[in-house]
Design a protein around this ligand. Structure first.
Ligand code: GCB
Length: 601
């Protein structure tokens, strides 16, 4: 069992947080090779005590695929095992101790001291459980994690596994259509944290704006047996009290509120207040304290515009990936901060978390720096719409909503990337998916990145904003740069005409191998990527005269690794930055445009 992660682990007067990041022991389960070792219950062992050549040191967080020199580990299909020991202080005895995984790809089972404590199966999303009763206090403990990377027709995202004959006997091969390497492992931080026995379980905040006044609606849920007083204080950036309330539910009115704006629109960009929540018992003693950062802003939309604080917004940003050399999808601060510095250098105001939720810490920075985010759940390329998939897909959205609901940077939910939307089955399916997220959240619009043509599509009426991906002069009319402007303008217009909704382009682009120069421009060269971009800009400038055209996102921010195919040269090269985050010619060009757009805001 596992409970859904709601509040990010934060230290306070009443809470302690410890990270279990660092080196873990790692072993590939050979069950697929039908070998005796697969029968071993690894969770009953301590890998560090076994003298076994197959046991590796594995950094956490990281994908395991690119860390060793073993091709079998890189391409492994199935289960791997991780373990490590950790010390629990004696005085944690009196508290609740939670174990939280910020993400594991994909299906994870967790044991503490040989007893199973958590099971969870969707990647890119956190999960946790209270493990107090499994711990040895004042002693060492052992934690074991099994992680299974196989994808099937009912997992989010989907894939299928086949047993194929190889020169060394039958072997499992994972097939998938999505265009990024199927990295696996413990991708983000692992936390141990404590709460008091009676504690704040969840905080839900929505905000609204009228003139200069902000309204903060909040609901606190707490777990406690006796009655408690809930004191909610809103603090500004300098920790001055703005307003206090003595209810677990209410509305705070903030006169002359400092609104949350994207960084290009306001010097107070990314302004965050802190909602300090305290539980007191009847004699006024503090039971629990949690500080939740919040931003005050409003989002509204019509069939032609998307507005932030009652001002129309135009996105100019990126599709991205969590991807870097060696680390794969493993969280890494230098990569995260380098990326934000490059976003600022280039003048972007937004990104889409293509094609799965990004790390909490990346989202925290979007809140704090004032970057708008289209928050995408991990559904990619769906074409078989089973009821089991529907339940899993809904669950991925529930978990995403629970994690990100309080974030000012999240401007819109994206419920899927490029599903095959031409059938009635797809229409029924996405109607249910869109209703599901709309039931959870009425304050944000819902979109989907479409790839089927306007004529074929049967899903557009279920979302609030139409996003579309199209590769003119690349997959379509390859090499022909003279068919871009009209095609882009016509397609965007057709989407708007068909559904009467705001439209944005979530993907366009061309692969370019950094350093490959061919003039006149020819596909795969830096010149080609640049001119392709230039011609899209012409289309966007025509479209921007229509108020319903609300944004442009280049695919992709940086080069990234994919499955092995003859269509990819060491991965997808559509980045305007290389995989090690150096600019191609196109990055300099995009920078000129995004800085001009910024001046118009
Ligand atoms: C797409 C996908 C994206 C791919 C991209 C490409 O439409 O949404 O995941 O990487 O095209 O480069 O083929």
């Amino acid at each position: 069992s596992s409970i859904n992660c709601i509040l990010y682990p934060r230290e306070s007067e009443t809470r302690e947080v410890v990270r279990l990041d660092g080196l873990w022991n790692f072993l590939v389960d050979s069950s697929n090779d039908s070998c005796i070792r697969s029968k071993i219950k690894w969770f009953e062992k301590d890998l560090s005590k076994l003298n076994d050549v197959e046991i590796h040191k594995m950094p956490v967080p990281s994908s395991y695929n690119d860390i060793t020199t073993n091709i079998k580990i890189r391409d492994h299909v199935g289960v791997v095992w991780y373990d490590r020991t950790f010390f629990v202080p004696e005085n944690w005895n009196a508290k609740n101790v939670f174990l939280r995984f910020s993400s594991v790809n994909y299906a994870a089972q967790v044991w503490v001291n040989g007893k199973q404590v958590i099971q969870h199966d969707i990647g890119h999303l956190p999960f946790e459980n209270e493990v107090s009763s499994f711990l040895n206090f004042g002693k060492n403990n052992i934690i074991t994690v099994s992680c299974n990377n196989t994808l099937s027709n009912d997992t989010v995202p989907q894939g299928y596994v086949e047993k194929e004959d190889t020169d060394y006997g039958p072997s499992l091969i994972q097939h998938y259509t999505f265009d990024f390497f199927n990295y696996a492992g413990i991708h983000r931080s692992v936390f141990l944290y404590t709460t008091p026995k009676a504690y704040i379980r969840d905080i839900a905040v929505t905000t609204d704006v009228s003139q200069n006044t902000g309204f903060v609606h909040y609901v606190i849920s707490h777990l406690n047996k006796k009655p408690v007083n809930c004191i909610v204080t809103l603090l500004d950036k300098l920790e001055n009290t703005v307003v206090v309330n003595n209810n677990s539910e209410g509305v705070l009115e903030v006169k002359e509120a400092k609104l949350w704006w994207p960084y290009l629109m306001d010097p107070n960009a990314g302004y965050l207040y802190t909602l300090k929540v305290e539980l007191h018992n009847s004699d006024g003693k503090i039971i629990d304290v949690y500080r939740q950062p919040i931003g005050i802003r409003s989002i509204s939309w019509t069939n032609t515009t998307l507005m932030l604080n009652n001002r129309p917004i135009y996105f100019h940003g990126f599709g991205k990936h969590e991807d870097s050399d060696m680390r794969g999808k493993g969280f890494d601060w230098p990569v995260v901060i380098r990326d934000y510095n490059l976003i600022k250098w280039i003048g972007g105001n937004s990104f889409r978390t293509s094609h799965y939720p990004y790390a909490d810490e990346i989202m925290d920075l979007a809140d704090e720096l004032g970057i708008m985010v289209i928050d995408e759940c991990p559904s990619v390329d769906t074409e078989l719409f089973s009821s089991e998939l529907l339940e899993n897909h809904k669950r991925s959205l529930t978990e995403l909503y629970n994690r990100d609901k309080n974030r000012p940077s999240v401007i819109m939910w994206s419920i899927a990337n490029e599903p095959r939307t031409q059938s009635n089955a797809a229409s029924d399916y996405f109607k249910k998916i869109a209703n599901h997220i709309k039931t959870l959240d009425k304050t944000r619009p819902v979109t989907l990145a479409f790839v089927k043509t306007v004529e074929e599509d049967k899903v557009g009426s279920h979302v609030d904003v139409i996003s579309f991906n199209r590769y003119n002069a690349w997959y379509k009319n390859s090499g022909n740069l003279n068919m871009i402007v009209k095609n882009v303008v016509d397609e965007a217009t057709a989407w708007h005409k068909k559904y009467n909704k705001p439209v944005l382009m979530t993907e366009y682009g061309a692969d370019a191998v950094a350093g490959l120069h061919i003039y006149p421009e020819y596909i795969w060269s830096e010149e080609f990527q640049l001119i392709l971009m230039e011609n899209h800009f012409k289309a966007f400038d025509i479209l921007r005269k229509e108020d319903w055209f609300v944004g442009e996102f280049i695919w992709n921010f940086a080069d990234f690794k994919t499955a092995q195919t003859f269509k990819r040269v060491g991965g997808n090269k559509k980045g305007i930055f290389t995989r090690d985050r150096q600019p191609k010619a196109s990055a300099h060009h995009l920078r000129r445009r995004y800085n001009l757009l910024a001046q118009e805001l």
